[in-house]
Design a protein. Structure first.
Lengths: 607, 366
């Protein structure tokens, strides 16, 4: 390795962002994930983010890897190291290199490379790939592995770790590991012989990822559902939620085939559209199965009528909404938190749905199983609002904790109960929590049946247009919403970090947590004391009112155009509404600490 | 024989059910499982006097009572419209689900995968199925969910007071809607095209035929479509309407006379003086015996069935009977390989994998 004395003084270890610019469908994902896995295996906190087009092949795509010795894993705006393998986006990619950063590029790139503040590293990707990869179809894949070898030399990565990452990626299959390692090694050696390192970035092994797992949120949501006892899935393909159904399809056969009978303890049905998907889920939930669907914004729109039905007829259902950018088809491969209000109020008339807001992949798993307990306990649809960044990108996490409570199947009367009670009224509040008792179809008792309907009904589920029945039912549903609020405080209450003497605070939710945590650390260094509350469920906890009361100004940080969560918070505490300041952006990318801290400082100047 | 007890076999005939009244001379008349007919009834209908749908409701009561269907092991579902109100008027001891407009099939699919052992009767209308719900209609047939799917077809939107539906005849005049310019959708043709294995058309005015069709449909191992022409006395019962009582009585051309024969019934050939056109054995040993009429039609021949329907549509013929049957296609719960215990009844220990399994998975992701 030929390192210069000049770089040693300015070395930056385990703290940088890499942006790999490739064409989608070119096989770059193996290369990107290999780097990500390698840094993870070296014990360096790391996160990968795929910024990709809604397209199958040939369009520009960028993969961001953030390595942070301090454990900050939010997106960054600036790339310390840019890998340019796509001539179509090269001008933009070159301009994206941070001053002092490194630019690795295919040597046949034809454009002016005149930046004096950047270290340039050309590499003959095609030559190396073509020389080693005899299968023509695999050559474009091979070119991506060449960058891995070059980068390994530049950062000082041990090739043995790359090999073990490839072993992980290819599930221990020797052949693809060997062929990829040949490319990596060749490129590494070429770089060692031809490059002179002039940038400051290096890696060194550390121990900050020991015992942690790396997983995407969609797989985590699927696993959560599997351990939540899901037994019926109705779904329809949609980006970025398809991974949830894929995860269920992968893990259910392994984990939920009855060892005694060899039969599945689940059913997965791909529906003709999202409307039918939720219709199936509601039919199965009515029957007493734990049923779910996964979707994104456009699917939620189609599910509006059924959601309102299930809210009003009081049928459990779980809807995992991996949110993407709307309105309309929007940006299907970019993140946003634009469904918060819609999911909460989805349906016509006065509807308020329970929503869970996971902030990391661990909570994707946790909410994955808890959603069923909540749905069956409250007898209502429950949304889990994950997002594209959580769902489709790889995140580090502590291993998931096994459910700490037995399943809560809610209030269900058996045939024996009916004999003892001599009947029941489906929608009567007998326990004071506004939740009625239900029977499941097939219950062998002449008094078990009731008629489920979306039309007006009385306590006995009989059709009724009487004002008193209607108003009484809506009043009970409002009380049931308060029961839900209390339950959610127990199972998904807000995470509060109260800072002594803080005048200002941040309220946020979901995957914004990464950016908010880093922004708070930055601002704390500059002397700003900022409390933080992370919302994890709707309806909003009453404890949020007390939190806001303790501060003068509260910034509501979120990724949507209309500051939807702020509006919900203002409705929740009208007397404190003016304290809540919108800190929102909707550009399709996960929030950065730089943007959040900048926004707060800008607003603070006005205060 | 399938593992699904659609109907009660002789083993469960009177006396077998604990607590069933013994058929003493003075005792009320009961069926195979000791239930009186009253126990198959529902609330009083709120439809117009003379509505064809009420006749169909009565036939559902007759068929389920005569077959000895267990009401508690049966669900009834519907969409939205006059027809979809009707499940409230029969089988009060069965759980009911009055769903959304055109969306009964998806609810039925989910419900019946969660418990595939139950019987299901779905009721829809020509608007509910032929217009807003045609997608779900075709997809449930394609998936072959085991249920009876009855379309109470009157060629008009009743509940919204007289608009044309997708099955209204071309050229028809209605007081509210004016002149209809479009060809009707033939739901039986659509059903065959979608892979349905039991397609029949009936006329609400022919009680014997409708009862036999419902009985056979309840024993079909998949989705059974019954397109029953059911006159709307308020909006579409003028004598020149093909959906009217008068038209049905005058023009009903039965392509066969359907008779349902339970496995324990003894039927003699002499019972069919005109002769037997065809016998079709169902998955559970029950039989459909088709007696001869003036027509000659083989309902096991899909292409013949499609031709019959296409020609009838062209000539505006009012044909009824069992048009197509294929008893051998697997239903959705069989395709999904579901076990003997319904998913909705699996205990927690079957639903939540062990802590060890999670620990093992997590170890593989480190």
């Amino acid at each position: 390795m030929s390192e210069t004395a000049q770089t040693a003084s300015a070395t930056i270890v385990n703290d940088f962002s890499i942006m790999a610019a490739t064409k989608n469908g070119s096989g770059s994902q193996t290369a990107n994930l290999t780097i990500l896995r390698t840094l993870f295996k070296m014990g360096i906190p790391v996160n990968g983010k795929n910024v990709f087009p809604s397209n199958i092949q040939g369009q520009p795509t960028w993969y961001w890897i953030r390595a942070s010795k301090d454990g900050y894993l939010a997106r960054t705006d600036e790339a310390d190291i840019v890998i340019s393998l796509n001539p179509d986006s090269a001008i933009y990619d070159y301009a994206s290199v941070k001053s002092g950063g490194a630019f690795i590029y295919a040597e046949d790139l034809k454009m002016s490379l005149d930046r004096k503040d950047v270290s340039h590293y050309p590499i003959p990707t095609r030559k190396i790939a073509n020389a080693l990869e005899t299968d023509v179809r695999l050559r474009s894949y091979g070119a991506n592995m060449v960058y891995v070898g070059g980068l390994a030399w530049l950062l000082g990565i041990d090739l043995k770790v790359i090999e073990s990452s490839l072993m992980f990626h290819f599930n221990g299959k020797a052949k693809p590991v060997q062929s990829n390692m040949k490319l990596v090694t060749e490129a590494y050696n070429w770089a060692a012989a031809n490059w002179k390192k002039t940038d400051p970035y290096r890696v060194e092994p550390m121990d900050k990822t020991a015992g942690q797992i790396m997983i995407d949120g969609n797989t985590a949501s699927a696993l959560g559902a599997v351990y939540g006892g899901v037994s019926f899935i109705g779904w329809y393909p949609i980006t970025p939620a398809t991974g949830v159904a894929d995860g269920l399809g992968e893990f259910l056969p392994k984990l939920r085939t009855d060892p005694e009978t060899g039969k599945p303890t689940y059913a997965i049905v791909q529906a003709e559209d999202e409307l039918a998907a939720l219709g199936m889920v509601i039919g199965a939930g009515w029957m007493g199965a734990r049923a779910m669907t996964s979707t994104s914004g456009p699917g939620i729109s189609l599910m509006a009528e059924f959601t309102g039905y299930a809210y009003f007829a009081e049928i459990p259902a779980v809807i995992v909404d991996v949110t993407r950018m709307g309105p309309s088809t929007g940006l299907p491969t970019r993140v946003s938190q634009g469904d918060v209000m819609k999911a909460y109020f989805l349906g016509h008339g006065d509807v308020k749905n329970i929503c869970l807001l996971p902030g990391n992949v661990g909570e994707c798993f946790e909410h994955g199983w808890k959603a069923f307990d909540i749905a069956e306990h409250i007898q209502t649809p429950v949304f889990v609002l994950s997002d594209l960044d959580l769902g489709m990108n790889n995140h580090m996490s502590q291993p998931f904790a096994y459910p700490d409570k037995p399943m809560d199947r809610g209030k269900v009367l058996s045939a024996d109960d009916l004999t003892r009670l001599k009947g029941f009224a489906r929608y009567r509040d007998v326990d004071g929590d506004a939740i009625g008792w239900r029977t499941l179809p097939g219950t062998d008792h002449p008094l078990a049946a009731y008629f489920t309907r979306g039309t007006g009904h009385n306590e006995r589920a009989a059709y009724s247009e009487k004002s008193a029945d209607w108003q009484g039912n809506l009043d009970r549903l409002a009380r049931k919403h308060e029961t839900a609020r209390t339950l959610l405080d127990e199972v998904a209450g807000p995470v509060i970090e109260q800072v002594d003497g803080a005048e200002i605070a941040i309220i946020s939710y979901g995957s914004n947590d990464f950016g908010v945590q880093e922004a708070r650390a930055r601002l704390a260094k500059e002397g700003h004391k900022i409390s933080y509350l992370r919302v994890r469920a709707l309806p909003l906890s009453n404890s949020i009112k007390d939190f806001v009361a303790k501060h003068k100004r509260v910034y509501v940080v979120e990724m949507n155009q209309d500051a939807q969560m702020r509006a919900l918070l203002q409705l929740h505490m009208p007397d404190q509404a003016t304290k809540l300041i919108a800190a929102n952006v909707c550009d399709g990318l996960p929030l950065t600490a730089k943007w959040i801290s900048g926004k707060i400082l800008e607003e603070e100047k006005k205060a | 024989m399938g593992h699904i007890p659609n109907i009660n076999m002789p083993a469960t005939m009177p006396g077998a059910k604990p607590g069933a009244p013994s058929p003493a001379a003075a005792a009320p008349k009961v069926n195979l499982i000791g239930l009186e007919k009253n126990e198959y009834r529902g609330n009083e209908s709120t439809l117009c006097n003379g509505c064809g749908h009420d006749s169909i409701s009565a036939r559902i009561i007759d068929a389920t009572y005569e077959l000895g269907i267990r009401p508690e092991q049966t669900i009834k579902l519907s969409g939205i419209g006059c027809s979809s109100k009707s499940p409230a008027y029969w089988l009060n001891r069965s759980h009911g689900f009055n769903s959304l407009h055109g969306r009964m099939p998806s609810v039925a699919t989910g419900a019946l995968m969660a418990n595939h052992l139950l019987n299901a009767i779905g009721v829809s209308g020509d608007g509910d199925t032929g217009s807003i719900g045609i997608g779900q209609f075709k997809h449930i047939l394609r998936k072959n969910v085991r249920m009876v799917y009855i379309v109470e077809n009157n060629g008009v939107y009743g509940l919204t007071k007289g608009q044309f539906s997708a099955t209204t005849d071309k050229g028809q005049e209605l007081k509210y809607a004016g002149h209809n310019d479009f060809m009707p959708i033939d739901l039986c043709l659509e059903a065959i095209a979608s892979g349905c294995g039991f397609v029949a058309r009936g006329f609400a005015g022919n009680a014997k035929q409708v009862t036999a069709l419902i009985k056979a449909a309840l024993n079909h191992n998949g989705t059974a479509l019954l397109d029953i022409i059911s006159p709307c006395v308020t909006f579409n019962n003028k004598d020149d309407s093909t959906k009217s009582y008068a038209w049905g009585r005058e023009h009903d051309e039965r392509v066969n006379d359907i008779n349902f024969v339970a496995p324990y019934d003894e039927v003699q050939i002499e019972d069919f003086p005109a002769g037997v056109e065809k016998e079709v054995e169902l998955h559970n040993g029950a039989k459909i015996v088709l007696a001869k009429t003036d027509h000659s039609h083989d309902p096991t021949d899909m292409f013949a069935a499609m031709r019959l329907l296409a020609e009838a549509r062209e000539k505006q013929q009012f044909i009824t009977g069992l048009i197509y049957v294929n008893p051998s296609a697997p239903n959705l719960s069989e395709v999904l390989n579901l076990g003997d215990v319904p998913l909705a009844r699996l205990p927690a220990e079957k639903l939540r994998p062990s802590a060890e399994s999670l620990a093992k998975l997590m170890a593989g992701m480190v």
